[in-house]
Design a protein around this ligand. Sequence first.
Ligand SMILES: [Zn+2]
Length: 141
Amino acid sequence: MVLCAIFGCGTRSGRDKGNNMARIPSVITSRGEEVRKLSEERRNKWISAISSEDLTDNILNHGRVCGKHFISGKMAKLWNRYDPNWVPTQDLGHQNCGSVEKLQADLEVATKRDERARGRVTGKFTHLPVCVIRNLLIRKL
Ligand SMILES: [Zn+2]
């Protein structure tokens, strides 16, 4: 059983039948330069779309993204570069992540609620993208 790699999604293959789980595309090196470039670009776009705080090598190599994150519910083919389903764009768990200013404001609120929570959250996760910190913050508080 594989869990969807998108932050906060929770779809599992097997349990949620009928959902198209797409493997995170790997770089194809055996079919010429054009395919290699295209597949590399797509992989990078997927990785930034996923932007999970625990995007380990294991997830990168074996992870899957469920159909919920594609407009059509299904990943487009590699050569359909301009298909909106070429990369996951829906319900990425951080589409409302806003700016650093917004994060700062949230932290202010967090401080008022719990002085120690702020130190924990910011101290531990400052290397992460704003979106991810926000999600962690929201989840923890
Ligand atoms: Zn999902």
